[in-house]
Design a protein around this ligand. Sequence first.
Ligand code: CA2
Length: 151
Amino acid sequence: MVAVHVLNGPNLNLLGTREPATYGAVTLAGVEERLSRKAEAAGVALTFRQTNSEGELVSFVQEAGLGGAGIIINAGAYTHTSVALRDAIKGVDALAIEVHISNVHAREDFRHHSYMAPVCVGVICGFGVASYELAFDAIVPLMEKRARTAA
Ligand code: CA2
């Protein structure tokens, strides 16, 4: 069975409660619920996690990658600062998609650079919480292809 881990970084626990103009009104629990429904329909094992700690996010990436799961990651501000996260994704040879709720390229310059993007399959940003659902739709066929190739 294809497994996908959705990993969320710092402050995303606040989703739906603050800054609705930038991040919308859906909570992180709401995002998890939407993805759980899609995962159930697709027969995918979904793990959904959030942490405010960079080290814990690195551990989540390692766990997912070493277990053969695909990764959808919104690393929040660590996207723009963390070499450790990039090393983790590359180090466990994870198939990862970077997501952002907001269009980071329409925001401050410091949000335009991602340390992770070069080691991810692709980046989806700017579609609100639908960015996660688009990433899910993109990652499932890639994981299925990877499983077929490995068999
Ligand atoms: O747009 C995204 O998904 C971001 O990853 C969100 C990060 C930001 O640092 C990135 O540049 C883009 C911030 C997450 C903070 O989430 C909040 C949600 C609601 C209220 C306050 C913060």
